[in-house]
Design a protein around this ligand. Structure first.
Ligand SMILES: [Fe+2]
Length: 388
């Protein structure tokens, strides 16, 4: 990756976008960790900064002085080979460093990277900066979804702002596209950025199938609820059934039944559930049960990729039936950055597409997102497939 003015501009823009996401927050919002999967905004701000300090400044800048000797311990996420860290459940228990100190940390690292880039032409450094930028964009999405969880689990249901639209619905085509049987090429090939888990373009044989052009809507999902979908054990995997019993799951996350009518918490506050909007904040378990109820199924990630030019996507992360596994010829990135993706290839499901929270230019048709099947705090939805 050649270092250009463009790379520097993208770096600075990414750093500032992260801070803009936090602009509507009150100081108390920065520290809360209501569940283990949700990190405090303060932690995201520090962790994305640590990434640049750990993998670039401390390795490539002679005599670089870390902003604080203990911040690697506080802001390392899961890089075992880099050193010890605060356990994940404790991220919300840290009143220090303060939010102000974390913003100072950001400024310190941003200005050091800027000075370093203006004086360095090593393509290897360019590649690392690019990974750091994409890493921070991934965290921008997590930051927003974590903020939603923090505010949406507060009994006062405070809104994030008045402008963030979760549901940009265009005219939807509720038909299906037929995809002929054949051999399809799956995976990324090209010169732009991609993660190691997308590489290894390879051929896959697919049987003929029909895939829905639109995502499943709230209206359809309400029909599933009203038909006692959550009470019908025949629709659910065994572990999913235990999950809905143990957690009293009766509707998507953020849904509240008020005087007989479903409402949903959004970043703009509580709203009546709208029929035409794609359902969101459902787990893989729920997506699967819904598809069972419909007599259809979820696409595999290969079917999704082969068909993606037939529909609009990017509004919801779409659950697939595929386990998150390495492609043939998968090669981990060398060193600590090999921990970025590969070690998570167990017990997770692939999601494809992108969501309203995904930063621009961050996702692509080969992008593989992945989560455990019970998780639903991301903007997740589903599309159906019929066998032919
Ligand atoms: Fe990270």
């Amino acid at each position: 990756m050649i270092i250009t003015d463009n790379l520097l501009a993208t770096f600075l823009e990414t750093r500032s976008n992260t801070e803009e996401i936090c602009a509507p927050l009150q100081i108390e919002d920065y520290v809360v960790q209501p569940i283990v999967d949700v990190s405090p905004p303060k932690w995201h701000l520090g962790h994305t900064t640590w990434f640049f300090e750990e993998f670039i400044l401390s390795k490539y800048v002679n005599g670089y002085r870390r902003f604080h000797p203990e911040f690697a311990f506080v802001f390392n996420s899961y890089y075992e080979s880099v050193g010890k860290r605060v356990i994940r459940t404790n991220r919300g228990n840290l009143s220090r460093p303060t939010v102000r100190e974390v913003y100072e940390y950001r400024d310190y690292v941003t200005s050091h990277i800027q000075a370093f880039l203006e004086d360095n032409e090593d393509p290897k450094v360019g590649e690392l900066i690019e990974i750091g930028i994409h890493h921070e964009k991934q965290h921008q999405e997590l930051l927003l979804t974590d903020i939603k969880f923090i505010l949406g689990n507060n009994p006062l249901l405070p809104k994030y702002n008045d402008t963030f639209t979760e549901n940009p619905v265009s005219d939807q085509d509720f038909g299906y596209s037929n995809i002929p049987e054949g051999i399809y090429e799956i995976g990324y090939e090209g010169n732009d950025f991609c993660y190691d888990n997308e590489c290894g373009k390879h051929k896959v044989f697919l049987q003929e199938y029909a895939i829905s052009n639109a995502l499943v809507t709230n209206k359809e999902y309400l029909e599933f609820i009203e038909d006692n979908g959550y009470k019908n054990t025949l629709l659910w995997h065994a572990e999913a059934w235990d999950w809905i019993q143990n957690n009293n799951i009766e509707a998507p996350l953020y849904w509240h039944k008020i005087e007989g009518q479903y409402h949903q918490y959004t970043l703009q506050g509580l709203k009546v559930v709208s029929d035409i909007i794609p359902v969101t904040h459902i787990s893989y378990y729920e997506a699967f049960a819904f598809a069972q109820w419909k007599g259809e199924r979820l696409p595999s990630e290969f079917e999704w990729e082969a068909a993606q030019s037939f529909f609009e996507w990017g509004m919801r992360w779409e659950w697939t039936e595929s386990a998150y596994l390495p492609y043939p010829n998968y090669k981990k990135a060398p060193g600590a950055l090999g921990e970025y993706n590969g070690k998570f290839m167990v017990n997770q499901k692939v999601l494809r597409g992108g969501s309203v929270a995904t930063p621009q230019n961050h996702t692509r048709s080969t992008y593989r997102n992945f989560f455990h099947p019970h998780l639903r705090w991301q903007f997740t939805g589903l599309r159906l497939v019929k066998d032919i």
